[in-house]
Ligand binder design. Sequence first.
Ligand code: M6R
Length: 623
Amino acid sequence: MCGIVGYVGGASSSLDAKDVVVEGLARLEYRGYDSAGLALVLEGSGDGPGLHVDKKAGKLANLRAILDEAPPPTTRTGIGHTRWATHGAPTDANAHPHLGAHGRLALVHNGIIENYAVLREALEAEGHEMASETDTEIAAHLLERRLDAGDDLTTAMQQVCSQLEGAFTLVAVDSQDPDRVVAARRNSPLVVGLGEGENFLGSDVAAFIEHTREALELAQDQVVTLHPDRVEVTGFDGSPAEGTRYHVDWDLSAAQKDGYDWFMRKEIFEQPRALADSLLGRRGLDGKLQLDEMRLTDGELREIDRIVIIGCGTANYAGLVAKYAIEHWTRIPCEVELAHEFRYRDPILTRNTLVVAISQSGETADTLMAIRHAHLQRAKVLAICNTNGSTIPRESDAVIYTHAGPEIGVASTKGFLTQLMACYVLGLYLAQVRGTKFGDEIADVMAELEQMPRHVQTMLDKAEDVYKLAHAHEDSSTVLFLGRHAGFPVALEGALKLKELAYLHAEGFAAGELKHGPIALIDDGLPVFCVMPPRGRDQLHDKMLSAVQEIRARGARTLVLVEDGDEGVARYADEVVYLPKVPTLLQPLVAVVPLQLFACELATVLGHDVDQPRNLAKSVTVE
Ligand code: M6R
């Protein structure tokens, strides 16, 4: 939540800090879009030394309008922020940057400073006047006080961070020291972009991908100082430290819409490629599965006697699908739990428990706190993650990267499909190591998985039909989703997509649960998506078909997703979307695609901002 950008350029740099900051914010706006602001360090000429600060409630477009109307002078140093409000409403005054008491220092912040009330009281008692309701402003005052006392910004940041509790990324500039931008992080994301004669900061690499693909990952509780020609890292205690350098394996084009109206639609259509990439290099020359980033030994994996999968939102639904596959292939008991519920119920974990943390961003605070709790209980943690160098994989014992490329639309799509793929691969890998499946059985499933990009493409080729369906439901105020077995999480995911994008009442149910209550919701003309399991599992298929008949008899309008050739279902369906024939356990990969397309199109028709739905942010970095 919240996007942060920082830039410092040298004499040789041709970039204007304002442009770097605003373009960076545009690429990070998916992280929060309640307000936006920037601070530029002015250098002597024209307006004289000082800060140029603009900030405005609402989307980045509002800030851009101010900058267009009254363009600031060209500068070499700046910071910017796009906000998802926590403390204080999304107003101009609460927008970042915040200034110190005399306007010498500007600060932007992502996270929550938990002890801000005590600190604010103490500052106010000393006569400090606050201009906002934010927790951030107290840090600005504390920092500036240290600058006034003679510290440089780096030392001031080290000192102040030691006083703060909670989660924060802070980025600050001192108007009297234009060659320096200083940042700090604790439990909140921050990456350095390494340029030549200039350096960058961003909440993620998208902020500076246009300028450099060389990045520096920072650890917890570190302070980083950027000068045009160098980057220095220390701990909060001032001790020298080093970041981990890496090369970003995608470029600017991945962070652009490429002619699509929405990032989400682009990302839905990228799914065949994303799935193919997520499978690359998973099989060795001997045909056996290999997981490069698996840092747990075969011995450790053989001792696992229980798996707990944790995640939030869509990642949780990926876990629900994974449970069916992993238990079936490995016979290891597998539970799935919402990450934010996990640690508060004091779960029973041992050194033989494998906690699988699924997170596209790798920064979700609820999931991060859950894996820390798991570690305290001596469990092993494996992350399934899409974001290189993010906190969750860094703090895990092993990681499977999903290789989906950047996901910018707030609604997860390719993130979900590649999480499923990673879960399947993990299940098969465990089966291989533990010998619960023969090699040829594993190879057969892998061969099926390798066909999935083609099958997903088949679903995308039907997009226009799904769009028509969406248009026909423009006036619906409720849509239900039914599924069984691995189709149940698909129903949940279909409903989540519709809630978050179209702001409709949408619920997913296990079809078997209907008669225990939800069937009372069925009313004349109520649209209900029904995910039919493949016929291979006859009992499952027939039970689901009964559910379709039961709701139709009560007036529901049934929109049925069913595998090719399953013609018997058509007469109970008002609309049919045919799915390619795939094994039951893998069906979620194809069945969810029309539901993604439906939600994207319906939200578009309703005039909503699909990439930035109201009240949401891409990366939920506060608990
Ligand atoms: O980055 P994560 O996978 O940890 O994010 C988890 C959820 O916040 C995320 O899946 C959310 O539910 C999406 N908006 C769903 O589309």
